[in-house]
Ligand binder design. Structure first.
Ligand SMILES: [Zn+2]
Length: 286
């Protein structure tokens, strides 16, 4: 917590604070997907693969461009930490910072997930969410945030006076990525990135701006559904925090598996074009 203000407010403090905010990235300039066209291909989905993510562990899958995948709550309220990579190039991966700047703190139906520089293009589009009824609650909380980072053993070590815990999402993702790619854990670890917190219910406290979590409203059968814009390698950790109602970075919380379902679509969405990498020429004024 910060100390009380050290600086006296200026005479026009109230006027300065009353200035209305403007949206940084107005959505009328952001190309939006034709959601109706995407949703039209949901009729006739064919399940082609099911992957079970064990509790306090992670698993990977690949999904070709044009397919749909779902992250499904199976046995109990459980939060998942999602990493996404270009299946052909690990250097291209989910960029939660810009995804957040473009869409908002939490993502939902019709939002697109963007990749890092210099690629910066949509790599997945959210086509269904059984928790979209939740919206924002009275605390400012909502589900599926792109604001958290992932629970990790380094922060745990910092906050627990030297504690060692090996099943944080960061470590789970590292092990699973190493297994999927043949990289050593030390080589795989730098590819693990900030996550989409699937099903997690989070926000910022209004008075202190602190990141908070609360028990996820997810129940078995709920799912978040994505259309793959490019060939994707997905990596998902079933967080040791379980429903994240109390704590993570320990074996205390009740944890459940998550299920990933991969579906073939009967056709491409009408008018859909595979996204090209970003068009900036990368000369940076030189
Ligand atoms: Zn976690």
């Amino acid at each position: 917590m910060r100390p009380s203000p050290l600086s006296a407010p200026p005479a026009d403090a109230a006027a300065r604070k009353a200035v209305r905010p403007v949206i940084c990235y107005p959505t009328d300039t952001l190309p939006r997907p034709d959601l109706a066209a995407y949703r039209a291909v949901r009729d006739g989905l064919k399940l082609v693969e099911t992957v079970v993510v064990p509790p306090r562990d992670a698993a990977t899958w690949t999904v070709p461009a044009g397919h749909i995948f779902r992250i499904v709550s199976s046995e109990g309220a459980q939060v998942g930490d999602l990493n996404l990579f270009n299946a052909r190039d690990l250097q291209e991966r989910l960029y939660t910072g810009k995804t957040r700047a473009l869409n908002g703190t939490h993502v939902g139906v019709g939002d697109q997930l963007f990749s890092n520089f210099p690629y910066l293009r949509p790599i997945a589009t959210i086509t269904h969410d059984t928790l979209d009824w939740y919206g924002f609650d009275e605390f400012g909380g909502s589900v599926h945030d792109v604001i958290g980072t992932r629970c990790d053993p380094y922060t745990h070590n910092l906050l627990s006076n030297g504690g060692q815990y090996h099943h944080c999402c960061h470590s789970n993702l590292t092990r699973a990525l190493a297994k999927a790619t043949g990289l050593t854990p030390a080589e795989a670890e730098p590819h693990v990135h900030d996550v989409l917190n699937v099903f997690m219910c989070t926000g910022f406290t209004r008075d202190t701006g602190q990141y908070f979590m609360k028990a996820s409203p997810v129940r078995p059968g709920d799912y978040l559904e994505f259309f793959a814009e490019i060939d994707l390698l997905g990596c998902l950790s079933a967080c040791p925090g379980g429903d994240c109602s109390s704590e993570h970075s320990s074996d205390t919380a009740r944890c459940y598996p998550l299920v990933v379902e991969i579906y073939e679509t009967p056709r491409r969405p009408e008018g859909w074009v595979a996204p090209n990498v970003n068009g900036y020429d990368r000369s940076h004024g030189l």
